[in-house]
Design a protein around this ligand. Sequence first.
Ligand code: PGA
Length: 251
Amino acid sequence: MSRPKIIAGNWKMNNNLSEAITLVESVINNSVSNSAIKIFFPSFPFIATVANKIQSSPNFFVGAQNCSEHASGAFTGEVAASMLNSIGCAYVLVGHSERRQYFGESSPLLTKKIHAALANGLKPVFCFGETLQERKSNTHFEVVKDQINEVLNAFSATDMSQIILAYEPVWAIGTGETATPQQAQEMHAHIRTCLSKLFNENVANSTPILYGGSCNAQNAKELFACADIDGGLIGGASLKADDFCKIIASV
Ligand code: PGA
């Protein structure tokens, strides 16, 4: 089954307005044109600007790094999925390890956030992955299965057609230590087995699963060549236009 290829740049809390504009413009102007879906994930204040910049660039989209689980109301400092949709945002990261670690986001909350995203026309990119300790103790397959089941059991096969998954081993995020293509591929295959048990074969084969964690211009090609890896969620390397363009070209 053919799945879309997706290259997503998670800028995290980096770039001011002019840096954001320069980065987007240089990626758009210098990247090869291919059918891969390319998504920028800037901080909230720059989403509308990025949406405007990519308007006439085919296959480029903008996403948010987070959204509220609530629809609207007295939640000071929060941003609703409907607001994001109204400014041209098409995707939202849910469950990034930094949100889990620093903001205490747990499976029940992530479930609500995915519901909010879907209800407002945003495609969630649901992130999960094991810690170094969990890998060392050989519980990584079990941990990832639990992370998937705890959240995705609240959704239907039809919902799954709008959801993207991102496997991001915590030990590889921002550390320069990438999962080997073998380690990533075997986990991605395991994730498809989990999806087939939770839903069906069709969902398992049609859901895009991205790899994230120190993916860069040097290792992207080999990772993306793996049968069950459909692209990447890129942090550090998405902040440099040259590197991000090379990653786009390697898909
Ligand atoms: P990294 O981050 O590419 O800098 O490791 C990936 C991520 O956090 O999504």
